[in-house]
Design a protein. Sequence first.
Length: 326
Amino acid sequence: MPKKIYRGIPEREVTDEKTYLARRILLKSLGLGALGYFTSNLLANSEGLGKKDWMAEKFRLINKSDVSDLFNPTPFKYVTSYNNFYEFGSDKSDPKKYAKNFITDPWSVAVKGECNKPGTFDLEDIIKPHQLEERIYRFRCVEAWSMVVPWVGFPLADFIKRFEPRSSAKYLRFETLYDPDQMPGQRTPFSAIQYPYVEGLRIDEAVNELAFLAVGLYGKLMPNQNGAPLRLVIPWKYGFKSIKSIVKVEFVRRQPETTWVNSNPREYGFYSNVNPEVDHPRWSQATERRLPSTIFSPNIRPTQIYNGYGPQVAHLYRGMNLKNFF
Ligand SMILES: Nc1nc2c(c(=O)[nH]1)N[C@H]1C(S)=C(S)[C@@H](COP(=O)(O)O)O[C@H]1N2
Ligand SMILES: [Mo]
């Protein structure tokens, strides 16, 4: 396969933290957050935003982020057709097929629990106060495939601040929409998981600079199959932590029960930090398949601890036994 060029810079692998940091510095000094390469694409696609005029306006001003990677993003086609979104079926091709008519406008998000400013907010009120930025992140599923996605969104920390969490707020609990009429996966009696889908973070994880709320990708409004209109992106954890189509955010005192831990606590943990040394009981996590991955070109690479984001997040887990807190 021909090597692809990213703005004239050949793709190189990041193999250790030092290289990663060096690359970040390079990125900063070149002023290459990322956005430039598809700005025209972005404007051309703004009419696809439908009746959300305020959103189209937001999408005209996307900052490049200095925490982006210089990786080649996985082609749009793969990012939007190879999905996990069990509410729309458990095959990778199901979400694209069955989320086509998913209604995400109007949308509201309830913010509750241990904070001074709880309430239920229209999507517009959730997003409007934030400057959108693009972040290119590696994304690693627990099933051992990975992608590189140029997300559009804003830091979760900035969102959290607005609601003035109290000191009793030790964790954050997120919930996906429950709407069996729209979500066929929620109607099947054979689903591997229970609904609504629930995820959670420790509060210090949630305010880490990398934790991100995404409203789009590739400069476009979030495709339904990727978790429209609002989803979490936690790049140092396995993909299932990055909950889609969020309708509720709750500040809570105790570690919340979460969907995949409930479904099988031996196989899925609350932390789910990407770790090559802690295998899934049924498969190794030592390597991953970077999409596009085919039989002829499987594109296998070594898994990196914290998905390569150790410099930003390893301190959160200092002193913890990662084999016990997986
Ligand atoms: N509500 C909800 N969120 C979800 C899931 C899901 O099934 N339902 N799947 C998770 C898993 S396992 C992964 S790998 C990612 C996939 O995100 P993507 O389809 O945008 O790549 O979403 C996560 N968020
Ligand atoms: Mo996943």
